[in-house]
Design a binder for this molecule. Structure first.
Ligand code: C2O
Ligand code: CU
Ligand code: CU
Length: 550
């Protein structure tokens, strides 16, 4: 017997019925701008009870702002190779080994065991230009044993498989299917794969991470992620803060023990350690806990990625000043949008301009559940001369008309739990990963995907390969739909929030809403995937193939 899963959140009382809705409004009040329990990072009560962490570090006792914010180095090529698309030409070639190292996440903690790309936590940053392809050889040089708890019951993670398996995906990249990092195209230690990234797409903040079937949540938790930036002439012409004034900030939450080691929680059942969501109270910025950075009283550009497994980050500045959003997942928005705060779901990116010119001599902290990064703004020397200014416009983002769509797909998000065994799955449209492909868009066409969330969680849904726009979100009666299959709307469609009005590849799908996105499938044909980017959900069947045909 299958029944609808209902999570019980500890904060349900606090947030009342509003917790079912997640909006990222400017105010952090309770209704508009309120966040779900998942967003503020409270684990469901049922899960909390099951999770036992021995010797957990008391993050509140850790001294703040004693380590400088590290900036991941930009990766240099290891040579050139023939361009797979034009063998008479050459393109840059990189060899990136995956290695276990220990890294200091804080001055006062012993070094932490992490898994890295090229010995860096987070991995080094790729920088390239639109249309400038590159080749990367990803090499698995990790140990043969995993140090985090594998659940062999999950699809693709059977005990007959190599324990340590990796495959790299560049999130947001327009790539041929064989270079996309398909979850089943993994390789064990000693193995490698060469991927070709043509980069024919607009300037954007992409990121790369592990995607190995059944263990990607563990591999990413161990540290396998980094940034991948694509630049273009539109960006050049904007004269945005660059060099030391443009800072990538990769955020992720972790649970640490008193020895500074990563703790990945397990269920109470040793035979199926999987837990539905993972939240840590140590939020790392570029791999450091509570770092600081000295900055000048001027305009800065921050490129943020939420690399957490499940936590939605609600970001604000301690001085109450706005941050100016200039880009979303897939590139620039039409014009800078001032925001008092913004919610970044797992895998979402934000390109922000922050002006410290009015904060000379002060400390300004980027915050979420706790302090993330302290910016120590230098005192003004003479008159503060702005060396970069906020542009009035960025890049035209023409809205894709709904009438362009040749097909509309209604797709549900579900949680199921068997009443007898308490075995739980999260599914997309009632199907599991291994079920036949049902989403087969024609190459070159535009479709609307209506994502109807029947669960009580907010899910960041990601489609590989494509960029899309959010058309609208419309409230509907999820209970009635679950019981009778009747679609009954509770109000008119709402336009996307300012923070998701641009090009996206990951969309927050809130409970009791139908979220409509419009997608053009125009770059490659072949087999890709879409999934929830709460990595524990993706590992337990909230991941499906799609195939672009024609
Ligand atoms: Cu961040 Cu399947 O991707
Ligand atoms: Cu992706
Ligand atoms: Cu999910």
């Amino acid at each position: 017997m299958i029944e609808r899963r209902r999570f019980l959140y500890g904060t349900a009382l606090l947030l009342g019925s509003c917790r079912r809705r997640l909006t990222a409004g400017a105010d952090a009040g309770l209704c508009k701008g309120s966040v779900t329990a998942a967003a503020v990072g409270t684990a469901p009560a049922t899960v909390k009870a099951a999770v036992r962490v021995i010797n957990q570090l008391n993050v509140g006792s850790v001294t703040r702002f004693v380590d400088r914010l590290p900036i991941p180095p930009v990766l240099r090529p290891d040579g050139t190779r023939p361009d797979p698309e034009a063998p008479a030409e050459t393109i840059s070639y990189f060899r990136v080994p995956m290695r276990e190292i220990t890294a200091k996440v804080h001055r006062d903690l012993p070094p932490t065991r992490v898994w890295t790309y090229a010995g860096r936590f987070p991995g080094p940053t790729f920088e390239t230009r639109s249309g400038k392809g590159l080749l990367v050889e990803w090499v698995n040089e990790l140990p043969d044993r995993h140090f985090l708890p594998i659940d062999h019951n999950l699809c693709g993670a059977g005990a007959d498989r190599a324990e340590v398996r990796t495959v790299v995906h560049v999130h947001g990249a327009r790539v041929p299917p064989e270079s996309d990092g398909h979850p089943e195209s993994w390789y064990a230690p000693g193995g490698s794969a060469v991927h070709h990234y043509p980069n024919r797409q607009d300037a954007a903040t992409l990121w790369y991470h592990d995607h190995a079937m059944g263990i990607e949540r563990l591999n990413q938790y161990a540290g396998l992620f980094g940034m991948f930036l694509i630049r273009d002439e539109v960006e050049d012409a904007l004269r945005l803060p660059a060099g030391e004034y443009e800072l990538p900030i990769v955020l992720c939450d972790r649970t640490l023990d008193v020895n500074g080691q990563l703790v990945y929680p397990t269920s109470a059942n040793p035979n199926s350690p999987w837990v539905p969501e993972v939240y840590g109270d140590a939020v790392l910025a570029n791999g450091k806990l509570f770092p600081y950075l000295e900055v000048q009283p001027r305009l800065y550009r921050f490129r943020l990625v939420n690399a957490s497994n499940a936590r939605f980050l609600q970001l604000t500045l301690s001085n109450g000043r706005p941050m100016h959003l200039i880009g979303t997942d897939q590139g620039f928005v039409a014009a800078p949008t001032p925001l008092q705060g913004l919610v970044l779901a797992p895998a979402e990116r934000a390109d922000l301009l922050v002006d410290f010119s009015a904060s000379a001599g002060q400390n300004v902290t980027l915050k979420s559940i706790s302090d993330l990064v302290q910016f120590r703004v230098a005192p003004a020397r003479g008159a503060v001369k702005a060396s970069a200014i906020l542009p009035a416009v960025l890049r035209p983002v023409p809205r894709t008309p709904a009438a362009d769509a040749v097909k509309t797909r209604f797709l549900t998000l579900n949680h199921y739990e068997t009443a007898r065994t308490r075995k739980m799955w999260m599914l997309l449209n009632g199907a599991r990963w291994q079920d036949p492909v049902t989403e087969r868009p024609q190459f070159g066409t535009t479709e609307i995907w209506e994502l109807a969330n029947l669960t009580e969680d907010s899910h960041p849904i990601h489609l590989h390969l494509v960029r899309f726009q959010i058309l609208e979100r419309q409230p509907f009666n999820a209970d009635l739909y679950t019981l009778r299959g009747t679609l009954s709307f509770g109000g008119p469609p709402e336009p996307p929030l300012p923070q998701d009005a641009g090009w996206k590849d990951t969309v927050r799908v809130d409970p009791n809403f139908v979220t409509r996105i419009i997608v053009k499938f125009d770059s490659h044909k072949g087999r890709y995937l879409w999934h929830c980017h709460i990595l524990e959900h993706a590992a337990n069947e909230m991941m499906r193939p799609f195939e672009i045909v024609g």
